[in-house]
Ligand binder design. Structure first.
Ligand code: GLA
Length: 382
């Protein structure tokens, strides 16, 4: 389904539910991260790019300082009074959009009531950042509707605050930054400490390659506590090393000074993945897309063995893809379910077939494949 078709569907549903046209339709994409996983909340570097899929929100202002939120992907309707709204006041899927309105008002922005109809062509729980896409689509819609002139980096911070405080997930800044700041044909090199970002040209097709996303079918939820546990382990490791964050360590050998072997492995992943991000950005800067393959492979091994957040379907998919000619493959996102990316030849039929065959041998239902052309960030589309 094209983006315009999703937007038209959302606008049509808005009309039938509210008896009126929306004032506009806004879109925010999901993302894939090339490399640098669980580095964002360690003040490190990430290198995501935006997908051509995401979330749309058909929206209009409404009186009474109320949010009326409906979604084509979720049952029910949430009606949320904005005055007095605070963390804990809304739970479930509506906490994402309501949290954004709350965070914007907390920041002093002139945001009032709105009717929001949310639609998506992004699989949920697939590690492609559907939550941040909801937050960012709502953030730009409310900012436009109420004429709030906010830099995108600030909107990203507010969307993250919604997730951290209203939803209760201690996520980093990568997903919201990717959704709001990415540009077509580029990956975004983001320094999560300084907030500085650079657009790095990324054109796999020009190199005769394709970045293939394998939705492994295993679902994950950042809210299940395992993401938060990894974050806490990283903070403990940084304390053991006497540094403000793991970003401040560049030599993996220093992890030997951490007494606890689990914490040492967690730290080694973060330190080595930070290094891989900078190497990947250099390779892309030099036009060497194929060179990314090795880094993807090493990152997966690190996430599987040191950070221990990979899952069986991801390991099978990554290995089968590489055996069938992918230059490298790895899990993406928070872990424990979601998607794998593979840097494959432009004709990826053999890679897809090998992954399907690997799944069949395990008796698993076949995975879904998505093309992932590096696409534009969030914007108004109707
Ligand atoms: C999730 C979080 C991000 C980031 C990744 C792992 O997507 O939302 O902030 O930590 O996991 O890299």
């Amino acid at each position: 389904m094209s983006l315009t078709a999703v937007a038209v569907r959302a606008a049509g549903r808005f009309l039938s539910w509210h008896g009126d046209q929306p004032e506009g339709v806004w879109h925010a994409p999901g993302r894939v991260n090339l490399v640098g996983e669980h580095t964002d909340y360690n003040s490190g570097w990430v290198l995501p790019f935006a997908l051509d899929r995401g979330v749309v929100v058909a929206a209009a202002r409404r009186g009474g300082d109320m949010l009326d939120i409906r979604s084509l992907q979720s049952e029910g309707r949430a009606v949320v009074p904005l005055p007095g709204l605070r963390p804990g006041g809304v739970t479930g899927w509506a906490a994402y959009p309501a949290g954004v309105a709350w965070a914007m008002r907390e920041a002093g922005l002139p945001v009032g009531g709105a009717s929001l109809v949310i639609d998506s062509d992004l699989p949920q729980g697939a590690g492609l950042s559907s939550s941040a896409a909801i937050e960012c689509a709502v953030a730009i819609a409310l900012a436009d509707l109420y004429g709030a002139d906010v830099p995108r980096t600030e909107l990203a911070a507010l969307a993250r605050r919604a997730e951290n405080e209203m939803v209760g997930v201690p996520s980093g800044i990568m997903d919201q930054s990717a959704s709001l700041l990415c540009e077509a044909g580029h990956a975004l090199l983001l320094d999560c400490r300084s907030g500085q970002s650079t657009q790095v040209p990324f054109d796999p097709a020009a190199a005769g390659l394709a970045l293939l996303v394998v939705d492994t079918g295993a679902r994950h939820a950042l809210t299940d506590g395992r993401y938060a546990l990894r974050r806490a382990e990283c903070e403990q490791a940084a304390r053991a090393l006497g540094v403000p964050s793991l970003r401040d360590v560049t030599d993996p050998a220093r992890t030997a000074a951490i007494g606890d072997p689990v914490l040492a492995r967690r730290a080694r992943h973060v330190i080595s993945d930070n290094c891989r991000v900078l190497m990947a950005a250099d390779l892309l800067g030099a036009g060497d897309v194929a060179g990314l393959g090795r880094l993807l492979h090493d990152s997966h091994a690190s996430l599987r063995d040191d950070f221990e957040i990979s899952w069986p379907q991801a390991d099978v998919a990554a290995e089968a893809a590489e055996r069938a000619g992918a230059l490298g493959a790895r899990m993406v996102g928070g872990g424990f379910g979601g998607s794998v990316i593979a840097l494959a030849p432009a004709d990826s039929a053999a890679v897809r077939a090998a992954v399907r065959a690997g799944y069949a041998r395990q008796g698993w239902p076949p995975p879904a494949f998505l093309d992932a052309p590096p696409s534009a960030g969030a914007r108004r589309i109707l």
